[in-house]
Ligand binder design. Structure first.
Ligand SMILES: [Cu+2]
Length: 253
């Protein structure tokens, strides 16, 4: 009866502490990049603090109970079953609690990365040997990814030839790009930033040069950039020779 009460108290404490395991939510958005960094920091704490603690205790016990003379035979302490079980299960439970916590954080992060917010801006990305192309769905295609700050962005991705992979390290993103299949990943640019995406799946001779600029800019700057792209596209199609509809495709970039 007494044990039951303690057990239920422990369960109630865990349920109470549960929400503190969740990731930070800013304005209805859990930023997958921040969530990734939080999880990575938890892993580092686990590796260095707990790993260090266990190593230190282990080293102390090795030194404290070392042999003090040749031929010395130790005497094992006599313990009853309850004590033996307690010494085995309690430290194991304490150690495993951290692993379960990290596993729960990992599953939660995966679920965040897979759940695209409803009002996301969509950009179609295609990978070819050896370049990326970003299609905004309004006729604008670009060789760089420009996105507005404060807006979740979902990338729908595919490849035209071989397997590539989209590695946007600054936002902790990586997703394969496969011929004949559409994959997706989303991210939340919360401040202006200039970085680049690189292919992270070996895809032939030009793999190491396969990259593209990625720019998160203020909304006003994005609108200006998009207006310029639309104007360029319009003048390119006006300049095009009437006999060939396919010719201006390359200059539209
Ligand atoms: Cu590639």
């Amino acid at each position: 009866m007494r044990l039951n009460r303690k057990l239920w108290t422990a369960v109630a404490a865990l349920v109470w502490a549960g929400p503190s395991f969740a990731y930070e939510d800013t304005g209805g958005i859990i930023n997958p990049t921040t969530a990734w960094t939080d999880t990575w920091n938890d892993v580092l704490v686990d590796l260095f603090v707990i790993g260090g603690l266990f190593a230190a205790v282990g080293a102390y016990l090795l030194w404290r109970y070392r042999a003090t003379g040749p031929g010395q035979v130790g005497t094992a302490p006599k313990v009853n079953l309850d004590i033996a079980l307690a010494w085995s299960l309690v430290p194991a439970a304490l150690f495993m609690a951290d692993d379960f916590f990290l596993a729960a954080r990992g599953w939660s992060l995966w679920s965040i990365q897979r759940t695209v917010p409803a009002h996301s801006m969509e950009v179609n990305v295609s990978a070819s040997q050896w370049y990326f192309e970003f299609d905004y769905g309004n006729g604008v295609k670009s060789d760089q990814l420009v996105v507005p700050v404060g807006q979740p962005i979902v990338l729908r991705m595919t490849a035209t030839d071989v397997v590539h992979s989209f590695g946007l390290i600054e936002y902790k993103l990586k997703e394969d790009m496969l011929p004949g299949r559409i994959t997706h990943i989303w991210f939340y640019p919360d401040k202006p930033l200039e970085t680049f995406v690189t292919c992270v799946e070996f895809c032939g001779d030009g793999h190491s040069q396969m990259n593209a600029p990625v720019k998160a800019v203020l909304k006003a700057d994005f609108d200006k950039w998009m207006a310029e792209q639309l104007t360029k596209k319009k003048s390119a199609s006006l300049d095009a020779p009437r006999s060939s509809a396919a010719a201006p495709a390359a200059s539209a970039l």
